[in-house]
Design a protein around this ligand. Sequence first.
Ligand code: CP3
Length: 343
Amino acid sequence: MSELKNDLLLQALKGEAVSRPPVWMMRQAGRYLPDYIKLRQKYDFFTRVETPELACEITLQPVDQVGVDAAIIFSDILVIPQAMGMEVQMEEGKGPLLPNVVKTESDIDALITTDTAERLNYVMQALSLTKQELNGRVPLIGFAGAPWTLLCYMVEGKGSKTFDKAKQFCFTQPELAHKLLQKITDVTITYLKAQAKAGANLVQVFDSWSGMLSPADFKIFAQPYLVQIADAVSVDVPVILFPKGSWYALEDLSKTSAAGLGLDWSVTPTLARQLTSNNITLQGNFDPSKLLAPIPQIKKEVKEMIDGFGTRRYVANLGHGILPNVPVDHARAFVDAVKEYGA
Ligand code: CP3
């Protein structure tokens, strides 16, 4: 396996001194890139995800075109519900739809938990192909959805402003909810370990909807499962947890085996450092909509963000995924501003 020529991200996760912070963007492989949009016109979403050559090509686009310090494999968090036997449709422009949601104990019992790596073999193939094509240029990030966020989709069946059906399920049938969360956790651990074996240098767990939970409910329905995943997978590769909207959980999560914590833009660098006692690498947290501002303003605010976090134990990123309407040169300005920091 080739040595990494740029391992800033891995250095930052270890807490080592770096010449400048590494930078990548959540959802960097996708909708704002003209070359991605061209592929979208030719192949449907799951064809793009399930064809290793296409997934590899899409993964490399932001590395080649925007200059990020890491590649994140092109896939989706909903491949886990699929591998567990649920039907997932992706309607362009509308988002995901799971027509047969989980409602009862027998629905949970029917979920498949075996042969996860084999069922998701196309992801492993995409990872090893991408690793080969990267040829050590930058680290390769694998990922999965967090159990709570996957429960949201498996019970609600689609995106939601409140995820009240998912929450109702948890609050009225907590034993069933925990049974489901544990099944998702077990499958996710197997999946992330297989990603590490296939070539992922690190992994990120996206808890996109954790901020829907109160601090007390986060401790019940999200945190224990994030901790299980971090403990099991960090034996193989560094793990970044991204509990979006859950700044209240930073202190607890900084004491786990996670190597990094992702932040959204609702928290200041100072508060995040205080809550985590400067003990863990922090990643984030530029408001994705700010990439729509004029380039000089983007550059100025990126500098302020890095001033706030400091260059040590820090990974520059957005506070959530890049938006489809961001001009490519604005994405590039964000990345360049990090690269120019201190220069
Ligand atoms: O980050 C990357 O560049 C890798 C690719 C990636 C995708 N989805 C591709 C995708 C990643 C890391 C994801 C994660 C994901 N998927 C999350 C967690 C991150 C987050 O944004 O909170 C979630 C909640 C999903 C579920 C999902 N997939 C939704 C809600 C949607 C539709 C809305 C949207 O964001 O576009 C998708 C579809 C999807 N996944 C697209 C892409 C590029 C858009 C489909 C298309 O137009 O090509």
